[in-house]
Design a protein around this ligand. Structure first.
Ligand code: NAD
Length: 451
């Protein structure tokens, strides 16, 4: 009998299993596809591999000359870009498998079915566990008319492409839509983004999204906001898409259509038939227990914050509770990272969601930062939202070069309730991009030195 059986070896599941092993528990993990789940195999890792390659190609084309580097005969070999992507995926997958072995976790390939709260079937094999951890993740959402027309891409299909498409309509200007659009636009492929809300990246502030929008437009992307797809047919070159925008209705022909309008939790019938409470995702308490005491749910399958790092945290919380160490889930300071051009990152309160009478908003531009200047990057800014009375940091957003690497001090400030003064008086290294954020904190305090 195992202390715990984890179903799903994605970020939430594999971290939970490793943490339980660290805490001395006997653990099995069951996975029907690949170790590392969506993130390692068809999400975070392959996208970043593609973006690294395409970003370099773009930088060589747009910057090499001004840096005194002459390049002749620049060309693209998609087969090799794909090989780089596959190598990155394999290395992440193998890394997880290695950690299972190192921690003496039984890793079993196959589709798990819950027979009762302690029994899991994998084909003709039965495993018994005192606890079960459900970490089955999520799948791309797709509905009519997109599900009625064969050949429409979801993000899963994107990574399987054999050759670069001639043109792509991307439905959904959220995180996946914008990251894929950035990759394609870096390579000069025509992209048309259709976003239902008022602006792309609608979970971020409009001024942040605007920087990305401008830069995508310079790269050649066409962006239709407050717009939706009302018709979809096969056509000579691929697809004919009818789009309704606020003032017009028009058609676009493109070779491919990528749908990126969100993901939904993957909840199989065995889970429902056991009587586990499900709303959008599996319902849990703050210890991540479901309504059945020895069954836990973590990660995307809860339908809350569908991010790998939220899953990592939830995996640790469930592991501790199973090991009888009380732990509660805390998603109050989950950073968001978007690998657009330039990158976007945020934590805590966004300006659009705040009561303007209670907050102070301060900004510092990328163009005033020395390190960004040496990199020939000028676009973007850091924004700090603080409490008008207490001076506590409530939220931070950065749009700019390598912004995703800059968010951690904001995360600590928001999580620990630090004041703007505490950060502004902390020495930041020079010359670094981290000074963009320092400038926004200094502005909140009074006046930024370098502005
Ligand atoms: P998303 O929720 O980020 O974006 C979906 C977008 O589609 C939204 O902007 C929404 O307004 C729009 N939309 C919805 N219905 C539409 C319609 N009918 N027509 C046009 N637009 C429509 O979802 P996603 O981009 O599919 O990503 C799925 C999940 O994966 C998210 O939770 C995301 O955070 C996560 N993810 C994270 C990263 C990262 O952290 N860098 C990268 C990729 C994906």
């Amino acid at each position: 009998m195992y202390d715990a059986i984890v179903i799903g070896a994605g970020p939430a599941g594999y971290v939970s299993a490793i943490k339980m092993a660290h805490l001395g528990l006997k653990v099995a993990v069951i996975e029907k596809e690949y170790a590392g789940g969506t993130c390692a195999n068809k999400g975070c890792i392959p996208t970043k591999a593609l973006l690294s390659a395409s970003h370099l190609y773009h930088d060589i084309k747009s910057k090499a000359k001004q840096f005194g580097i002459e390049v002749e005969g620049l060309s693209l070999n998609f087969e090799k870009i794909k090989k780089h992507m596959e190598k990155s995926v394999l290395s992440s997958r193998k890394g997880v498998e290695y950690l299972f072995k190192k921690n003496k976790i039984d890793y079993i390939k196959g589709e798990a079915k819950l027979e009762n709260p302690n029994k899991v079937r994998i084909n003709d094999k039965i495993l018994e566990g005192r606890n079960i951890v459900l970490a089955t993740g999520s799948v791309p959402s797709i509905f009519p008319p997109f599900s009625d027309v064969p050949g429409i891409w979801t993000s899963d299909d994107f990574f399987k492409m054999e050759k670069l498409p001639e043109s792509v309509v991307i439905v959904g200007g959220g995180v996946i839509g914008i990251e894929m659009a950035t990759f394609l636009s870096f390579l000069g492929i025509p992209v048309f983004i259709v976003e239902l809300m008022e602006h792309i990246l609608p979970t971020e502030d409009a001024d942040v999204a605007n920087v990305v929008k401008k830069s995508l437009k310079i790269l050649g992307a066409k962006i239709f906001e407050s717009s939706k797809v009302i018709g979809l047919d096969k056509s000579g070159i691929g697809f004919k898409v009818t789009i309704e925008s606020p003032n017009e209705r028009f058609e676009i022909e493109a070779e491919k259509v990528l749908i990126a309008i969100g993901r939904k939790p993957l909840i199989n019938d065995d889970i429902k038939s056991l009587g586990i409470k499900v709303e959008r995702g599996i319902v849990t308490d703050e210890n991540l227990r479901t309504n059945i005491e020895n069954i836990y749910a973590i990660g995307d399958v809860r339908g809350k914050i569908m991010l790998a790092h939220a899953g990592f945290h939830e995996g640790v919380v469930a592991a501790k509770n199973i090991a009888r160490i009380d732990a509660k889930v805390d998603l109050s300071a989950v950073p968001s990272v978007i690998f657009s051009y330039p990158e976007v990152t945020s934590v805590g309160l966004r300006e659009k969601d705040a009561d303007p009478s209670k907050i102070k908003v301060s900004k510092f531009p990328v163009s005033a930062n020395g390190r960004a200047n040496t990199m020939a990057e000028r676009n973007g800014f850091a924004k700090v939202i603080s409490d008008k009375e207490s001076g506590k940091v409530l939220g931070v957003s950065v749009v700019g070069p390598m912004a995703t690497e800059l968010i951690m001090e904001g995360v600590i400030a928001v999580k620990e309730g630090l004041s703007i003064e505490k950060i502004a008086e902390t020495i930041h290294p020079h010359p670094t991009l981290s000074e963009i954020l320092l400038g926004a904190f200094e502005e909140a305090e009074g006046k930024a030195i370098h502005l």
